[in-house]
Structures are given as structure tokens and as C-alpha cells.
Design a protein around this ligand. Structure first.
Ligand code: NAD
Length: 356
């Protein structure tokens, strides 16, 4: 008997090319008059362009967002929000900029409009991970979820090929883990499979031809759906490992996801035969974990944690930490196979299904 709970996350989504032209009407629709535009330092020009679009309704630009949402940066931006009596936030950028908007919204409940420029998917989730004194604390609140998301494919055209590949793999990881989540349900599964298929097809094309607009649109569409997956159900071993590795060794977010994903899927394979069958059909392969490993190679991504700078001694540390406060996972966590998984990811070896 079919039985499930589906938690929809309310957000207005505008998707297409040239959609940023709708920014002024979206700002007006929300009744905003003193907006702060957020970006990372390299994307300040994008922020200026958006500010120009909304003219008098822009009260300032803060182009100081950085990776992993440090509380110190949020506090600096919060002071600007107070000083300028800001009534709304616009974020243009990847997960780092969206993270800053979310951190400000959590503290002020200001409405957010996000214009994503990567495939991270943070804009579709009510989740915020902040760092303070080297510790990352993740929390969820309806205040964190952005009200409006404007996906404009044009904004993603400048995302470098290498970053596009790993950002896309990061997105695929959200959808793959949604397929075997504890809260998995047919609606999220439908979106996850559509998303994985879209990105699986688009990423190799983007790797060869970053200016291919159709592939860019397909990837952004897939990334949007992956973001919904991430915001709708809990994540498992893959995300636990990436948070542990990223947090412990300060490794880059999307690159770490790219390396771990095939191995985490292989680890879980024995516990999720139906998911593996569906994935095999969608990816037209008899080994989905291997197909994702090959995809990482195809897009020119690094496939070994040691190439990201992790030391061999880190294998033990990650194994220990992954076994501490583990997330729910379909396959029981056991030290020896987990150690094997991390060792293979460290060395850049192909994924191996447990017991195979
Ligand atoms: P990012 O936002 O850090 O961007 C990486 C770099 O690429 C930055 O320098 C940025 O300015 C630049 N960049 C982004 N888009 C560009 C474009 N189109 N053209 C040229 N340069 C561009 O990277 P990310 O992977 O999008 O985000 C990673 C962060 O997001 C991490 O902190 C991660 O924890 C967080 N995240 C959070 C969630 C969530 O739901 N809370 C989900 C996914 C990621």
C-alpha cells in the first residue's frame, strides 16, 4: 500500500534566459524599497548590474560573501542591514552568497530574492550551515527559505567549465541521496530521476563546450530539481562524509562531493536494489556507481582526495568521525567497509560495491 509524507517548500520560481529582467517587478511585488544586494568579491560586477536594474530601490551592495558562511561576515553585513534600514535581500551567486542571504534572513526575517549562478541548489532549501571558531553548525527554519528564486541561464554562462562539472556533481549527489532517503517519496523520486538524467546528459557537453546554452539550461533545470530534493528529505552517508571531510580538512565543497558520490552509492547499493535498478535504467548502465565515477573523469574532475590535499592519515580520522553521530543510512555503517570506501576515495580508485 502506497503511503508517504511529502513536505513541499513554498518558493516562487522563475526559470529561463533573460529572466533577470523580471527582477524589478519581483522587488515591487514584494513591496521592497531598500534592498541590499549580496555577492562574493569576484561577483561584485554582477551585484552592480542587479543594483542598476532596480535603481532607487537598491540601498546598497555588500560583495563580501565567502564560503561556509562565517558568522563574522554575517555580522558585518547585519550592521549594514541595520544602518541602512534594509527591507529585503537579493543574492546573486552560488551557495556562498545564498548562505549569507539566508543567515541574514534567519536573524531579521527579511524577504530574499536569489539569482543562482552555480548548481549548488542552496536556494531551494530551508537549511543554513554557518561556521564560527572553525565549527560548522547546520540548522533549518522556514525563515531561511528564500521567497523568490530567479534562475537565469545567462548568469551561469560564465561559470568556468571545471567548476560547472563539480557543481553539477554536487547537485546530482542531492538527488541520488534523495532516492534512498528515509523520507523518500514518489514525488521527490520523480524529481530526483529527472534531475539526475538532465545533469548526466548536460555536464559532459558543458565540459567540452561551456558556451552551449541548451546544455546550460538543462543543467540549471536539473540543479533546481536537485535543490528541491535536498530541501525535502534527509541526506545520508554521502553528505555526512562530505561534511566531515570538508569540515575537518577544509577541502573544497563541490570537488569533495564529486569524489565521494560514486563510493557512497556503491557502499549503499546492497541495501537499495530497487534504487540501483531505477538508476541503471535512467543512466543506461548496469553499474550506476561506476557511471558516476566515469562521469567525474569525463568532466575532468579530480577523483582522489589526496589530489585535493588530504593526507593519508586523514583516512582514519574520517572513518572515526563518520561513525560518530552518523546520519540515518540505508546500509549499516561498519568500520572495515567504511575504511575501504574512504581509502579508495583517497587514492582515486574506482568504487566497489560492499561484498562484491
Ligand atoms: P560558491 O558560491 O562558493 O562559488 C564558488 C566561486 O565561484 C566563488 O568565487 C563565486 O564567486 C564563483 N562563481 C559562482 N558563480 C559564478 C559564475 N556563474 N561565473 C563565475 N564565477 C562564479 O560555490 P557553491 O558550490 O555554489 O557553494 C558552496 C557553498 O554553498 C558551501 O558553503 C556549501 O556548504 C553551501 N551549500 C549550502 C546548501 C544548503 O542547502 N544550505 C546547499 C548547497 C551548498
Amino acid at each position: 500500500m502506497l503511503s508517504f509524507t511529502y513536505n513541499g517548500q513554498p518558493a516562487r520560481v522563475i526559470f529561463g534566459s533573460g529572466t533577470l529582467a523580471q527582477l524589478p517587478s519581483e522587488v515591487e511585488r514584494l513591496g521592497l524599497n531598500k534592498v541590499l544586494v549580496l555577492a562574493t568579491p569576484p561577483q561584485e560586477e554582477d551585484a552592480k548590474r542587479l543594483a542598476q536594474l532596480i535603481g532607487d530601490r537598491c540601498a546598497g551592495i555588500f560583495a563580501g560573501a565567502v564560503m561556509h558562511t562565517p558568522v563574522s561576515v554575517t555580522e558585518t553585513a547585519l550592521q549594514i542591514v541595520k544602518d541602512k534600514d534594509i527591507d529585503g535581500l537579493i543574492a546573486v551567486g552560488g551557495g556562498s552568497t545564498t548562505g549569507l542571504a539566508k543567515a541574514l534572513a534567519l536573524r531579521t526575517d527579511l524577504p530574499q530574492i536569489v539569482a543562482p549562478t552555480t548548481y549548488a541548489g542552496s536556494e531551494m532549501t530551508p537549511i543554513l550551515g554557518e561556521t564560527k571558531d572553525g565549527n560548522k553548525v547546520t540548522q533549518s527554519s522556514p525563515k531561511i527559505l528564500p521567497e523568490v528564486v530567479i534562475y537565469d541561464v545567462d548568469l551561469t554562462m560564465t561559470l568556468p567549465a571545471a567548476m560547472s562539472g563539480t557543481s553539477g556533481m554536487n547537485a546530482i549527489a542531492h538527488a541520488v541521496e534523495a532516492l534512498y532517503a528515509k523520507e523518500a517519496n514518489p514525488i521527490v523520486t520523480m524529481m530526483a530521476l529527472e534531475a539526475i538524467g538532465a545533469l548526466y546528459e548536460a555536464l559532459p557537453i558543458i565540459a567540452d563546450d561551456p558556451g552551449n546554452r541548451d546544455a546550460r539550461a538543462k543543467a540549471l533545470y536539473g540543479a533546481w530539481l536537485c535543490g528541491i530534493c535536498l530541501g525535502s528529505v534527509g541526506m545520508s552517508l554521502h553528505h555526512k562524509l562530505c561534511h566531515t571531510i570538508g569540515g575537518t580538512f577544509d577541502l573544497p565543497h563541490a570537488e569533495t562531493h564529486t569524489i565521494i558520490l560514486p563510493h557512497a552509492l556503491a557502499y549503499n547499493a546492497p541495501a537499495i536494489p530497487n534504487v540501483m535498478k531505477t538508476l541503471s535504467q535512467r543512466l543506461n548502465t548496469d553499474d550506476p556507481a561506476r557511471a558516476l565515477f566515469d562521469l567525474a573523469g569525463r568532466i575532468g574532475a579530480k577523483r582522489a582526495l589526496r589530489d585535493l590535499g588530504m593526507l593519508e592519515s586523514g583516512i582514519e580520522t574520517v572513518t572515526d568521525r563518520a561513525l560518530t553521530n552518523p546520519y540515518w543510512n540505508p546500509q549499516p555503517l561498519e568500520r572495515a567497509p567504511l575504511h575501504g570506501l574512504i581509502s579508495r576515495a583517497y587514492a582515486g580508485d574506482a568504487p566497489r560495491v560492499s561484498g562484491a
